[in-house]
Design a protein. Structure first.
Length: 356
């Protein structure tokens, strides 16, 4: 499940004024399909977007979500598949882990908060955190109270004033290490278990070249929900290519690219114009940015030549330039090469983090 699919589903359901339920994983033990912070949306009639268990538990979650939507009250549910899951669920799913999930009603009367704000953050440029109280806390928050913070912005949906500083402090800690977690927060003798779910916008990828081999790269990135821009200096390449899943298509001379795009907005670039002089310009331009991943198509000798010709600016690409781009998976042809490139980008941009 990608952010784009989740956000599109939310927009469609909200446009019709329908109730929704946000299901968030807040604790796992052992082997589980999803980890803390994973989320999905469910409508009362059982339609959902996202997946928390690989399909094992979504049917039961849909039934519970209908009850939550009708009552307007949040609910916690625990699935312990380390027990006899065949007897419990009649599914024989063979999982061994425990998963705790918080079901939270969303509706038009409260503007679908906190998810409406979460959606804006997920489609933005900076990571954020959504803090959600999982239980009532005496004089503190009630279950379902939420707070979304990041990028210098904080939106509060139900946390009492004395709790804001403590909750924001833990949220910033989760944001710093990029890991969702559930913590017990105490304020003035009251305590609440709070899920701090990291909201990480999907990467922005710049594909520099619109040849036939760029098309599967764009499709695979889009399938992951990544935001892709395609640039080529040759109008015929742009016009003939199938780049319908790209968010934006640009066609300007390579030297004029900084005037058309803010290159610092991108997390990754793959240089694949197959035109030596043009690739040299692209390499110089991306060297001036801080994007974490720069991929260069072509053999090692071609990379060495381009780097040598680039001179001193090439030093700025140390640790970021990958050429030949892609993991060595032994494949040939545009599809396999695209898979290897996107896999390498995923490893560099997402590996070891909560995801997006």
């Amino acid at each position: 499940m990608s952010n784009s699919e989740l956000l599109n589903f939310f927009a469609q359901q909200a446009a019709g004024g329908r109730m929704l339920v946000l299901a968030s994983v807040y604790e796992t033990q052992g082997s589980t399909y999803s980890k803390t912070g994973a989320r999905m949306l469910i409508s009362p009639d059982g339609v959902f977007q996202g997946m928390l268990s690989g399909g094992c538990l979504e049917g039961d979650l849909a039934e519970r979500a209908a009850r939550v939507a009708a009552s307007g009250q949040p609910e916690q549910v625990t699935y312990d598949l380390g027990l006899n899951d065949e007897e419990l669920w009649g599914l024989g799913v063979g999982c061994d882990g425990l998963m705790r999930i918080f079901l939270q009603p969303l509706g038009p009367s409260d503007g679908y908060e906190p998810f409406a704000t979460m959606a804006r953050e997920l489609d933005g440029d900076e990571a954020a955190v959504c803090a959600t109280a999982l239980n009532d806390a005496g004089r503190g928050p009630i279950a379902g109270a939420s707070l979304v913070t990041g990028g210098g912005r904080t939106a509060n949906f139900g946390f009492p004033q004395p709790w804001l500083e403590a909750v924001e402090s833990v949220a910033q800690s989760a944001l710093s290490n990029g890991k969702s977690r559930t913590d017990r927060v105490e304020v003035a003798g009251d305590s609440a278990d709070i899920l701090f779910g990291v909201l990480r916008p999907p990467p922005r990828v710049l594909v520099l070249g619109a040849g036939l081999d760029a098309q599967p790269v764009v499709r695979l990135c889009a399938e992951l929900g990544w935001r892709v821009t395609v640039q080529d200096h040759r109008p015929a390449y742009v016009q003939k290519g199938d780049f319908s899943r790209a968010r934006r298509i640009v066609c300007v001379p390579a030297e004029e690219l900084p005037g058309a795009l803010d290159l610092d907005d991108f997390d990754a670039a793959i240089i694949m114009s197959h035109h030596l002089a043009t690739d040299r310009v692209y390499l110089r331009l991306v060297a001036e940015t801080g994007m974490p991943y720069v991929g260069l198509l072509g053999p090692s000798d071609r990379r060495r030549r381009l780097v040598q010709e680039l001179g001193a600016p090439a030093d700025r690409l140390a640790g970021r330039l990958h050429g030949p781009a892609g993991l060595d998976i032994g494949g040939r042809g545009p599809g396999s090469i695209a898979l290897s490139i996107v896999a390498e980008m995923h490893l560099q941009l997402i590996g070891g983090r909560d995801g997006y």
